[in-house]
Ligand binder design. Structure first.
Ligand code: 2AM
Length: 477
């Protein structure tokens, strides 16, 4: 019997994706380097659908209908290259290979070009939603040729999450578009989590709330405009007591955040493309800082302000202000993410539909949120797309309304010595973009002074240099 699709790499993501496909009625050929995993999948979950267990790459390839659809779910990096090298000679022109791992989009571009040379379609696909998502409905971000999507799209759409019958899966563009979009998703996820963490810290250290009380606050927030998966699980984690000690779980977890690198990739890419994403940068650096135990120990005794906890009457008002600050900062974080999406699309010629990205992130992925409906609406009409989300009427209005509480929270955090890099960076971004004049003019002056780097003027066209070391007259450069 010929399988509709094959999956190689049956660690938990690959296994769950294969199960999801089988549960949707597709015949799935499965393979893993170590065949124990293949056997385990079939023995434990074989009754969920139609699996064809394969013990070698050749057997897997031979089990597939043509054109073949092969999903690679191995570790990103060298393992992906090794597996592609192993399978490519067994495949035939027109076959489609999908990489559902967390590949860097530049690797995907390189692999796509190499496999295209050999007549194969290579579709780099971002998948978000973790293990549960892979099993029950992830958000899927496919890149690759239009032909690859014709072959894969219907299967992927059948297993993706959906909103009002619309799948959270859509063809995004050629070569690395899918993995790029996934990378930006993760960068935004970093930002979002940092802002949430700062909110909790402020509620605890300024408002004096205990974790269980903060969990309540988050549950309330989740019923409003902040409604999202991350807010929902924040309440869950905060309310969870540690089994061993009975203390709040968040108090027994070491406060050193780890990262697998996609946030770092996002910032590196943004630097390369010249797109300011300070919110994502702050989030990456905040995690990095948290892990520097020696550095933190060396500075721990440094003086800070006396930290009075607010009176309960003021605490409730402050909590409301934090909600506004979180919402406003979140708008800024997403605005920066979308800026990067637009820049990547322009730089690599992807013609990315920025509204579609919002649409497929509405469910299945980690940053799923009600809020994404508004972003989708902002980009509904490509011809009238805002230059920045901040200028979209809906968001501009929200920022206007949130502005005072947002400033208040940042000021309060600063005065009381509670770090809030996400909130304050977001506010600075907002204030910098709306500024009439920026001190960049002085920076230009300094550059011209020490390095004759020249400058432009506001009143005349051209490039100029001032003879700083001489008569200080100005000359055209
Ligand atoms: P394994 O079970 O044989 O280790 C996550 O590590 C998944 O990637 C696993 O299914 C693992 O297979 C697979 N994997 C890692 N490196 C691989 C390689 N070089 N070739 C094939 N599969 C690999």
């Amino acid at each position: 019997r010929q399988a509709h699709i094959g999956v190689t790499g049956l660690a938990v993501m690959g296994r769950n994706l294969a199960r999801n496909l089988a549960r949707r009625g597709h015949t799935v050929a499965v393979h893993n380097r170590t065949s124990a995993r293949t056997r385990e999948l079939v023995s434990r979950f074989g009754d969920e659908g139609d699996f064809v267990a394969c013990t070698s790459p050749r057997e897997l390839v031979e089990a597939l209908q043509r054109p073949r659809r092969l999903v690679v779910m191995v570790k990103a990096g060298a393992a992906t290259d090794a597996v592609l090298e192993e399978f490519a000679p067994l495949l035939e022109p027109g076959d489609v290979v999908m990489d559902g791992g967390n590949a860097h989009f530049e690797d995907t571009r390189r692999r796509e070009a190499a496999l295209r040379e050999r007549g194969l379609h290579f579709a780099g696909c971002g998948i978000s939603g973790g293990e549960e998502g892979a099993l029950h409905g992830p958000s899927i971000m496919p890149g690759g040729s239009a032909e690859s999507y014709r072959a894969l799209g219907p299967l992927l759409e059948s297993i993706a999450a959906s909103v009002d019958g619309e799948p959270c899966c859509a063809h995004l563009g050629p070569d690395g578009a899918g993995h790029f979009v996934k990378m930006v998703h993760n960068g935004i996820e970093y930002s979002d989590m940092q802002l949430i963490a700062e909110s909790c810290d402020l509620l605890r250290r300024v408002a004096g709330y205990e974790p269980a009380r903060i969990a309540e606050v988050f549950r309330e927030w989740n019923a409003g405009r902040l409604d999202s998966y991350l807010i929902e699980i924040t309440a869950e984690v905060l309310a969870h007591p540690d089994a061993a000690t009975g203390r709040p779980f968040v108090d027994v977890v070491a406060d050193a955040a780890e990262q697998k690198g996609t946030g770092r990739w996002t910032v590196q890419t943004a630097l390369d493309l010249g797109v300011p994403v300070p919110g994502i940068g702050e989030a990456v650096f905040a995690r990095s800082l948290s892990g520097h135990g020696r550095l933190r120990a060396a500075a721990r005794g440094l003086p800070g302000p006396a930290r009075p906890v607010l009176h309960p009457d003021d605490a409730a008002r402050f909590a409301g202000n934090v909600e506004s600050a979180l919402y406003a900062s979140k708008i800024v974080a997403y605005a920066q993410g979308w800026q990067l999406l637009a820049a990547g699309s322009a730089a690599f010629g992807w013609d990315l539909d920025l509204g579609k990205v919002a649409a497929i992130w509405r469910d299945g992925c980690i940053i799923r949120a009600r809020f994404l409906d508004d972003i989708r609406a902002a980009y509904q009409d490509a011809a009238q797309a805002p230059v920045t989300l901040l200028a979209d009427p809906t968001f501009a209005e929200a920022l206007h309304a949130a502005q005072n509480p947002w400033r208040h929270v940042v000021a309060q955090a600063t005065e009381l010595g509670v770090p809030a890099p996400g909130f304050s960076s977001a506010l600075s971004y907002y204030d910098a973009l709306r500024a009439e004049r920026l001190p960049a003019a002085l920076v230009q002056g300094l550059r011209d002074y020490f390095g004759a780097h020249t400058y432009e003027r506001v009143d005349r066209k051209g490039t100029f240099h001032t003879r700083w070391g001489g008569d200080r007259g100005e000359e055209p450069a």
